[in-house]
Ligand binder design. Structure first.
Ligand SMILES: [Mn+2]
Length: 96
């Protein structure tokens, strides 16, 4: 089966519960079409989990773009823009 999710926003516990509910297995494939991070409590745990799965493909959403704008591209005003969009906790968890 092929599945699609979006806007999980750090809700790692609810993500795990959903995989359990649908009986997600190695024969399935999941596409996450953006916004894994920010707002919810466990963005980093979620990203690490997803990166370790061979049958999950994820695309960048605007929240991941804001993260990269700040931490990788060092774009002007990126930190403030990300913070305004509830990225502060993700930023702290990544850096400290
Ligand atoms: Mn979103």
């Amino acid at each position: 089966m092929v599945y699609c999710m979006a806007d999980i926003h750090g809700e790692y516990g609810r993500f795990r519960k959903m995989l359990e509910t649908i009986g997600f297995s190695d024969g399935d494939r999941l596409y996450i079409i953006g916004d894994m991070i920010d707002r919810g409590p466990d963005s980093i745990d979620l990203v690490l989990d997803v990166m370790g799965r061979k049958n999950v493909v994820f695309l960048l959403g605007n929240h991941e773009e804001m993260c990269l704008d700040d931490l990788v591209r060092h774009a002007y005003g990126a930190r403030e823009r990300w913070a305004m969009n509830k990225g502060g906790e993700t930023r702290r968890d990544l850096l400290y």
